[in-house]
Design a binder for this molecule. Sequence first.
Ligand code: ADP
Ligand code: MG
Length: 240
Amino acid sequence: MTELAIVAQDVSRVYASGSGEISAIQDVTFEIESGQFVALRGRSGSGKTTLLNCLGGLDNPTRGKIWIYGDDISGLDETERTHWRRESIGFVFQQMGLMPSFSAYENLELMARLGGVPRRERKERILKNLEQVDLKDYYAHRPYEMSGGQQQRIAIARALVTSPRLILADEPTSELDSETTHMILAVLQSIVREEGVTILLSSHDPIVDEYADRIIHLRDGQIAESPEESRPAPQLAGMI
Ligand code: ADP
Ligand code: MG
């Protein structure tokens, strides 16, 4: 039987907003099998970031339950969740969040330290992870000495350094041009194939469909069966 990386059951997240409430995701239920590259697609505001934050323990759902590789993370308190997150999940964000005054190597080392990687294993792992994104020669470079695509590859290597079984990537390519986007998606796909990790990547860009094993559509905070209908351009609408 295939192992389940993610089980989300009736997950909702309501934000307090002024006098009212905003329901960012409602009753989201799905499962993701281990070792898959899954795209979470939806327009801006559809709830992608909210869902990823709940799955990765950065946020707590208002209702519902989440199991990550069998761990019921809904039951963890704040401190337990922070420990669990640092050791179990790799995050990649749109804004890569690299420490600007740290070299590529030091950025990975910081994450290794936070994630409890034993000191004697760190160097070997860091160099292996930099190799995986083809940037081993850049270990001493600081973020400003690299292109956007290279920085995002460093951020991916950093997400790998604790050997997480699940990587959550929130719009990691939306600041990049299309050629660089293809390269980043290919790197992520090869990591899924070679390491057997599970990646859930959010995007509003249809390019990701070419790389993902499966696509989950989010619309107005709910799982949708199919992508949103693309509307014909106004000048064509009258002709159809
Ligand atoms: P996406 O990542 O798909 O753009 P988000 O998860 O960021 O979507 O947002 C989903 C909805 O929740 C939006 O309507 C957004 O305005 C709202 N939202 C997100 N974060 C907050 C917050 N911290 N406080 C209030 N509303 C929020
Ligand atoms: Mg978002």
